[in-house]
Design a protein around this ligand. Sequence first.
Ligand SMILES: *[C@@H]1O[C@H](CO)[C@@H](O)[C@H](O)[C@H]1NC(C)=O
Ligand SMILES: *[C@@H]1O[C@H](CO)[C@@H](O)[C@H](O)[C@H]1NC(C)=O
Ligand SMILES: *[C@@H]1O[C@H](CO)[C@@H](O)[C@H](O)[C@H]1NC(C)=O
Ligand SMILES: *[C@@H]1O[C@H](CO)[C@@H](O)[C@H](O)[C@H]1NC(C)=O
Length: 396
Amino acid sequence: MRIKYSISVIFIVVLVIIEKENNIISKVSEKLVNLPRSIQQSVSPASASGGRKHILLLATTRSGSSFVGEFFNQQGSNMFYLFEPLWHVGRMLSVEMDGTNATVAGPVYRDVLHQLFLCDFSLLEIFIKPPPKDHVTAALFRRYSSQSLCEESICSPFDRKAFEKFHCLERRCGPLNLTLASQSCMQKKHHVIKSVRVQQLETLRSLAEDPRLDMKFIQLVRDPRAVLASRMVAFSREYKIWKRWAMDEDLPVDEDEVRKLKENCDNIRMSAEIGLEQPPWLRGRYMLVRYEDIARFPIAKAAEMYGFIGIPFTATVEEWILKNTQASKKVRGVYSTQRNSSEQVEKWRFSIPFKLVQLVQKACGPTMTLFGYKFAENKDMLINKSVSLIEERTFL
Ligand SMILES: *[C@@H]1O[C@H](CO)[C@@H](O)[C@H](O)[C@H]1NC(C)=O
Ligand SMILES: *[C@@H]1O[C@H](CO)[C@@H](O)[C@H](O)[C@H]1NC(C)=O
Ligand SMILES: *[C@@H]1O[C@H](CO)[C@@H](O)[C@H](O)[C@H]1NC(C)=O
Ligand SMILES: *[C@@H]1O[C@H](CO)[C@@H](O)[C@H](O)[C@H]1NC(C)=O
């Protein structure tokens, strides 16, 4: 009971803070609106952000976002990269509300992201468990996946007694001092955040419209049949029902599970439709990328993404990609990003029964059509290696 109560209190505090933050942001935009016209015109997004680009890599779980995130994480010293900071927010909200409610979570995700792009960790701190002390935390999710959070300049002296689950791998650091992280963030040229939690691109409109940010949204999508096959391996507990269906063709289908899948696909499709429509607030700020294209043409696609953002594609990133797409078959756990990606891209076709493929095709039909994923009409077509299920497409 007490835990439940304290969570509710935190939740209310969060809502109050978010409200305040909104006021600040709206005050700022009011001020901008009231500026004389000549000044307004000179405050173009690029100059207000000082040439700094803010990139959000949007995806869903198991669509290759850890891998694509590395394209930016590996860029080196002028990029501030955060790996899935909304993990903390999602976890706390789902405890509080018994499953994440998109209506409530959407605005919270938006505001946390907004602050993080401005190098402000204070809203995120409220969601970190246990709460940071003096802005120092030993619990930041996957700290080691952000080169920026393990750099020399924010590596506090190693403390043998302080256990940190997600500690830096390349050097021994003490718990993360978020004040230092924020200072380092402000000195970096560009800011990149990867997230699998934002459900609707439209909820992020205020980020695109904030003159302090020069936002670029990259939406990463993947064949939903491949995503399902991958989730059944990575999240075997959550996907127990699907695994049972896979083993027993005659088991009746649980409509609830299929509905969840459909919702997921519809969210991805609706975000992409808005992005591809290019409403004024998104013009020049949205790019759609298919995981399958990245897997098959990683260097070309990475260069294209950098071109879209408007920053130089470096040799360091290119080398990392070469090393991690053609290298060995060595398996390094389910989150491994090192694999033979051409071979990997259609492997799911041999690991998932046709019955499940049919279910996905039914639930995600419009999504698959939009992205150019061909339907497998029967089992033979599914496992026929000379038939590709990927249509060649360019978006925009
Ligand atoms: C989500 O929360 C909103 C606002 O509290 C509520 O109106 C809505 O019914 C909730 N949705 C679900 C699916 O629980
Ligand atoms: C974190 O870093 C800031 C900035 O250098 C420093 O002032 C502060 O004392 C540090 N916090 C702790 C708890 O060491
Ligand atoms: C990767 O897979 C492709 C397709 O099966 C194959 O042609 C290529 O030789 C493989 N590369 C390596 C380095 O294993
Ligand atoms: C696989 O597809 C090709 C091209 O459509 C077709 O010619 C071939 O007969 C198919 N093979 C099998 C085993 O169905």
